[in-house]
Each structure stands twice: as structure tokens, then as C-alpha cells.
Ligand binder design. Structure first.
Ligand code: GH3
Ligand code: MG
Length: 541
């Protein structure tokens, strides 16, 4: 795996319990985003383009299958691998998921080890593919040289032209209204067009020295060594008309056309010129070609062009992206901090009737903190879950009722509440079978049991919610904490420093030290590193 890249994972589940668990399991190694419905998942996938999606199958309103289908149809998201994480455990369901192009399948209740391994495997694949693409010199889709290849060639030709004082031209070519083409004819057709356009350059340019490459997306670039603007413009015109002449078959027997806009910049490079600047100028010319009606060639340097040359097409695109992100960026959710848990919570949870927390925790690799956290968040949602189920049932919407019951059922299994989950399972299958009477008569009992579980859990978490352990802390632990916090602050990593200092709060190091620790923590919350350091260094070890 490429160590430089922190991969991102989008976790989708309508159950808070699973979202919490998966987020907590994954956040140390990956950037984790979460979504609690199908619609939210699609929005997040488009906005964040995560490297991997963990997708629940049964969700009200929009199922995981539908989400997958939508994402696979979108250019931006179709390559993101998707792992189904689901309580549907039959082989048939697994087959269906995999046949729909899911990358993998994890059954609920899941074990931490399996989730970590499957996620790691998928991300390794993603990273390997990226590395191969980066190392390769040919663009996989169009079959012509890729951007990396172009950059190498331009650097070579640039040096030669500078040394020998020869002209050199750059064309930037962009397919017109290609988004609409994709929307109308589909991305697959769009891909075919990219290939056709790329292959048309050769026949348009009966000129041995040119070098054409896919610049990225629907943009191409052609490098013309030993060529000044007067020769480059007619060549660009031939490229443009060559594309215009292409006949594109639509699958229904009709045909259509595409056009390109081209910006050209020519120069004899001097020591002051830079390659980047040359591309920007070609890009500004392209922008001008777009602005003045598309399907045309513009050379950099015309009077009108200088007026409008406030930023090329690519710059404009980048700006658009930025402003879009300002509007819509959602908080990423690395380990949203939950309450601190201690041995009292766990002891109380273990005493609960009908819950086998030991078994549930084993699946989580024995991580009590993870278990308590997920149960806490599940508990907070019980009332809302009950309201949802009740509403669906009262409205006679057995499909959504069964989905809501299914979610609760798999969470109950995961927390170790076997008997209750069995009741939920019976209701789910009756709802699926359309047995309204059974559902109406049996649901109240499930609801009553869930609400009383909610009462018990609230008591546990509320009673000792803010109680710290206050075990006497050892001197070596204190030294370790202070050292790590100071080291983190030196690296300007205030998150890490905050986490470290936070871990000291639950211990009793004596009043003076405890005050310094809480002062440091307060200062960190205010991003006041100086005060934090001053308090930490005053601690006597
Ligand atoms: P303009 O005339 O201003 O260039 O409009 P446009 O629609 O071509 O430009 P825009 O930047 O809005 O959209 C570019 C489109 O190109 C959107 C994207 O889906 C499509 N595209 C980029 N790369 C690929 C690809 O590899 N395959 C397919 N099929 N489409 C692609
Ligand atoms: Mg375009």
C-alpha cells in the first residue's frame, strides 16, 4: 500500500450502531465518512469520491442495491469498489450482491478482524491500480500517451527548443458539451467517443513529429515541435474538422456528432518562460474558443483573448470545484468523540438480562470501549427507531416496516441480545409475508421490550456518564503522557496532543498536576498551544 496516501472510506448504514462501530474501527487507518441513508450515500460519494464504500443493503427508502446501481452509472463514482455489509445472510443474497459488481460481501454481525482485512484488501487493490496507472505511459481508455508521458516529452522538446531557439506549439483540445453527451447517450458511449477522438488526431495530422496525449478527462493536448503559430493554427483547424467529421453510432441505428474547441499557444522558449505558463496560455486560448461559441480554434495572443485571459478553462473548473465544496462539504467523521467509558459501564452492561455482551465483544476483538460506544449510540436511537417502526406499521407499509425491523434485528444480534433479535426476526419474516395481523399483535411486545432496554441502558450510561476512573495514576504513565503531548505539539498536531492529554484526565495524579492537565486541555480546545505547553512543562514528574 502506498504509505503516503491516507485512503478514505464511506460507511453507509441506517443503524447508528453500525455507523459508530465501523467508523471507530476504521478511523485510525483511514479517513472515514458516514451516511445513514441511500440518498445521503450518493451525495457523499459524489462529493468525497471515497476510495471504498461499505454499504448496508437493507435501508428504508433506497436499498444498498439501488445505491450501487446509481453509483455504477455515474462517471465519477463508477470505479469506487463497494463492499456490502449486510444482515441478509443467504448465499442467494451474496450472489446477487457480487453479480451486481460489488467487490466483496461481509455478513452482520461482523467481526472487527474480518472488516479490517477485507477493507485493507480492497484498498490495497485500489492503490495498486493507481500506481500501475501512474507508472504506465499509455492512457488505458484512449490508447494514446497519457499525461505523464506528455509531461516527459514536453520537458525534452522544451529544452531542445530553448537551446536551438526553435518555435514550439501546444494545443489544448476539449470536447464540447461532453457532459450533455454522456447524460444523453451514457458513459459507455462517451468512452467510445473519447477513443474515436483520440484516434482521429493521427489522420488529421499527417505530420510525423507531433505528440498527442490525453491530458485528462475529456481534454487532450498535442505538442508540435519546430512549429510556430502560423503553421500550428491550420493544423489545429484540421484536428477540429477531423473530429467534426466523425460519425458516432447511437445504439438505436441513428448517428450523432461531437465537436471540440482548441486553444493554441506557440513560442520560442526563453530562460524566463516556464512550461506551466505555456500550458496556461494554451488553456486561456481554449477558454476563449469556448467563450466565443465552441467548435473553433483560438490562438493565444489575439487582442480579444488578452482581455478575457483572466483564467483558463481548467482554472475556471478548479474554481467551480472549490466553490462547490464550500457549499457542500460535510464534516468527515473520524471517531466522533463519544462519552468516556469505564469499567462501571461494562460491569453494568454485563449484568443486563438477555444480553450476552461477552460474546458480542469477542466479535469486536475484545474491545470493550468499542462495544460500549456502539451500544451507547444504539441506545440513544431506540426511541426514534420504535417511532419509525410504529409509523410504518400503522400506515400499513409492511415493506418499510420489515426493513426497519431488519435493522433493529441485526443490531440486536450484534450487541448480543439474542432473544430479542429472534422476536424481531419473526416480525420481519411475517412482515415480508404480508401477515399484518401477526405484526400488529406482536409488534407492541417488541417495542415494549426495546423501550425497557432503552431505560436500562440510559440508567447505566447516565449514572456514570461523566464519572472518571480516578485510579491513582502512575508516575511513568504521567511522564509518557506529558512527553507524547509535547512531542505532538512540536509537530503542530493539536488533535494528537488533545487526545493524549485527554487520556490523562481520567486518572488522579494529585490536585496540582490534575489542575495543570485540565488547564492544558482547556488551552488545547482553544487552540492555544503556548498555554498548553506552559502548563504541561510545569508538571512535576
Ligand atoms: P464544455 O463545452 O464547457 O467543455 O462542456 P463539458 O460538458 O464538456 O464540460 P464539463 O467540464 O462540464 O464536463 C466534462 C464532462 O466530461 C463530464 C465528465 O463526465 C466527462 N468525462 C470526463 N472524463 C470522462 C471519461 O473518461 N469518460 C466519459 N464517458 N466521460 C468523461
Ligand atoms: Mg468539455
Amino acid at each position: 500500500m502506498n504509505e503516503d496516501v491516507r485512503n478514505s472510506v464511506l460507511v453507509v448504514d441506517d443503524e447508528e450502531f453500525n455507523l459508530r462501530l465501523l467508523t471507530n474501527i476504521l478511523h485510525e487507518d483511514y479517513t472515514v465518512y458516514s451516511a445513514s441513508s441511500g440518498a445521503e450515500a450518493i451525495r457523499a460519494a459524489l462529493e468525497k469520491t471515497p476510495d471504498l464504500i461499505l454499504l448496508d443493503v437493507l435501508m428504508p427508502e433506497m436499498s444498498g442495491y439501488e445505491v450501487l446501481d446509481t453509483l455504477k452509472k455515474n462517471e465519477k463514482t463508477r470505479k469506487i469498489p463497494i463492499i456490502f455489509v449486510t444482515g441478509l445472510n443467504s448465499k442467494k443474497d451474496e450472489e446477487k450482491g457480487l453479480a451486481m459488481d460489488a467487490a466483496d460481501y461481509i455478513s452482520k454481525p461482523f467481526s472487527v478482524g474480518i472488516v479490517m482485512l477485507r477493507v485493507r484488501n480492497q484498498l490495497q487493490l485500489v492503490n495498486q491500480i493507481r500506481t500501475i496507472e501512474k507508472l504506465s505511459l499509455i492512457d488505458q481508455l484512449s490508447g494514446i500517451p497519457n499525461r505523464r508521458n506528455l509531461d516527459n516529452r514536453v520537458a525534452l522538446e522544451w529544452d531542445r527548443a530553448r537551446r536551438e531557439k526553435l518555435p514550439l506549439s501546444l494545443m489544448m483540445i476539449d470536447i464540447d458539451k461532453f457532459k450533455i453527451f454522456n447524460d444523453t447517450y451514457g458513459h459507455q458511449k462517451g468512452d467510445e467517443v473519447l477513443k474515436k477522438v483520440a484516434n482521429s488526431f493521427g489522420s488529421s495530422l499527417a505530420f510525423p513529429n507531433y505528440f498527442a496525449a490525453r491530458y485528462g478527462g475529456e481534454e487532450f493536448s498535442i505538442l508540435l515541435p519546430d512549429t510556430g503559430l502560423n503553421d500550428a493554427l491550420p493544423l489545429a483547424e484540421r484536428v477540429r474538422s477531423g473530429v467534426e467529421r466523425l460519425v458516432i453510432d447511437c445504439n438505436d441505428g441513428t448517428t450523432t456528432k461531437v465537436t471540440v474547441s482548441i486553444g493554441v499557444h506557440s513560442l520560442v522558449p526563453s530562460d524566463e518562460d516556464t512550461i506551466q505558463d505555456a500550458f496556461e496560455k494554451a488553456d486561456q486560448a481554449l477558454y476563449n474558443a469556448k467563450e466565443t461559441g465552441r467548435n473553433r480554434v483560438c490562438g493565444y495572443g489575439a487582442a480579444a483573448l488578452q482581455q478575457s485571459a483572466v483564467g483558463g478553462k481548467r482554472k475556471k473548473k478548479a474554481d467551480e470545484r472549490e466553490s462547490a465544496e464550500v457549499d457542500t462539504v460535510k464534516d468527515e467523521q473520524p471517531a466522533r468523540p463519544g462519552p468516556q467509558f469505564n469499567s462501571d459501564h461494562l460491569a453494568a452492561l454485563k449484568k443486563l438480562d438477555g444480553i450476552n455482551s461477552e460474546e458480542a465483544m469477542r466479535r469486536l476483538g475484545g474491545k470493550a470501549e468499542l462495544y460500549c460506544d456502539a451500544v451507547f449510540f444504539f441506545s440513544k436511537r431506540i426511541e426514534t427507531n420504535c417511532q419509525t417502526m410504529e409509523q410504518f406499521l400503522k400506515a400499513g407499509d409492511l415493506k418499510n416496516f420489515s426493513i426497519a425491523v431488519h435493522s433493529i434485528k441485526s443490531t440486536l444480534v450484534a450487541i448480543g441480545a439474542a432473544a430479542l433479535s429472534e422476536k424481531a426476526a419473526k416480525l420481519e419474516s411475517s412482515a415480508k409475508g404480508g401477515d399484518v395481523d401477526f405484526c400488529l399483535s406482536q409488534y407492541p411486545e417488541l417495542q415494549q421490550k426495546l423501550l425497557s432496554l432503552h431505560g436500562e441502558l440510559s440508567a447505566i450510561f447516565h449514572e456514570s456518564a461523566c464519572k472518571t476512573i480516578k485510579e491513582p495514576g502512575s508516575a511513568s504513565a504521567l511522564e509518557e503522557i506529558v512527553k507524547s503531548a509535547l512531542a505532538a505539539l512540536e509537530k503542530f498536531d493539536s488533535d494528537e496532543a488533545t487526545q493524549t492529554v485527554k487520556s490523562a484526565v481520567r486518572y488522579d495524579f494529585g490536585e496540582e498536576t490534575n489542575t495543570l492537565i485540565s488547564n492544558a486541555l482547556e488551552a488545547l480546545k482553544e487552540f492555544d498551544a503556548e498555554t498548553a505547553v506552559s502548563n504541561l512543562t510545569k508538571i512535576k514528574i
